[in-house]
Ligand binder design. Structure first.
Ligand code: FUB
Length: 338
């Protein structure tokens, strides 16, 4: 029996996928890591997952987060500092519940934290808070950015000097309720042969606290130039947009949601269109897949999450691994397990 046990343990160890990276912190649950280099250090703006006891449902009510902790590292392999609570839902006058995936940007001596939270009518909006320090604490504005909606803000500080806000997430992120920037609480999800729901973007105003233009849909095309249909759900947009620049191109990466990939598309303008190129990160353990891509000292890194510490979809832990490009600018796909 002992021998059989040992053989079965060894076989199990071989077939159980081994993570390529370990959680960056384990004293709190963290997710949706938006990473940036500020003052030569890596700053990570993650969601702070908590167990609130709310039952899991399709609207994501069990993701009931209440504050943000900003993390920093001197390099991708060095120890992580948790700077404590940077912003709490109680400090945001217009907020109702659910502080989801944030992002941050720096401009002229100030840091701006962009965050989605449901307002008091339970509609997701995007807010902004500012601080003189990258780790906060952040002071929120009294109202959300006018004209914003849905979730998962990402800000590109583009090399042309402009800042662009990308956002959107379907299902619990409510993007399906917004057509022509107008809200319809009863709007249905699309049927399989309808065009896929598209992410949104807008240029930010010079003070970083408003949109400089009405949100536009971002065209995502397949490699033959055709827009995706709803049924192309291994490739179409679901949530978690991230935009970075590499060799004069704009890379739009995102989660495909119910098929759990991080996919990417490439374009020549921050407005798109973006043409689908493939998968950045294959599905991870847990339902959600959410990432950021950042350069640090000449190498590129993918920040992502899985549920290694808890085994529960709403209690995630962030990780980092190196990302590489092929000579033609395509990204070498990453599997988080070997
Ligand atoms: O963390 C809450 C939500 O889960 C995020 O906004 C989505 O992108 C998904 O990761």
């Amino acid at each position: 029996t002992t021998l059989l046990c040992l053989i079965s343990l060894a076989a199990n160890a071989q077939i159980r996928p081994q993570p390529i990276s370990q959680p960056l912190v384990s004293h709190i649950y963290t997710a949706d890591p938006s990473a940036h280099v500020f003052n030569g250090k890596l700053y990570i703006y993650p969601s702070h997952d908590v167990e609130s006891g709310i039952k899991e449902d399709d609207s994501g009510a069990h993701f009931d987060m209440r504050d943000y902790h900003i993390l920093s590292m001197d390099s991708p392999t060095s120890k992580v500092t948790d700077h404590g609570v940077a912003l709490s839902v109680n400090d945001i006058a217009w907020a109702g519940r659910q502080l989801w995936a944030p992002d941050a940007a720096y401009k002229k001596g100030m840091y701006y934290l962009y965050f989605p939270v449901k307002d008091k009518q339970d509609v997701f909006r995007i807010g902004v808070a500012s601080s003189k320090r990258p780790e906060g604490p952040f002071t929120p504005e009294k109202a959300p950015l006018e004209g914003t909606y849905s979730i998962d803000p990402c800000v590109l500080a583009a090399t042309n000097g402009e800042y662009y806000l990308y956002f959107g997430g379907i299902w619990g992120g409510q993007l399906q309720r917004w057509n022509n920037n107008t809200y319809d609480a009863n709007a249905k999800l699309r049927t399989p042969d309808e065009p896929a729901i598209l992410p949104r973007m807008a240029r930010l105003s010079p003070d970083m606290k408003q949109l400089a233009e009405a949100p536009k849909e971002i065209q995502l095309l397949d490699e033959t130039g055709k827009p995706f249909l709803e049924k192309d759900n291994d490739k179409r947009f679901f949530e978690g947009p991230w935009v970075h620049q590499y060799k004069n191109k704009y890379y739009f990466s995102y989660s495909t949601g119910d098929t759990h990939n991080i996919a990417y598309a490439i374009g020549d303008s921050p407005y798109g269109p973006f043409t689908y190129k493939g998968v950045v990160l294959k599905p991870v353990q847990g339902w959600t897949n959410h990432h950021s891509i950042v350069a640090f000292e000449g190498k590129w890194y993918l920040f992502y999450h899985d549920v290694q510490l808890s085994g529960k979809t709403h209690l995630r832990n962030i990780k980092v691994t190196e990302l590489t490009y092929n000579p033609d600018g395509t990204i070498v796909p990453i599997s988080a397990y070997k």
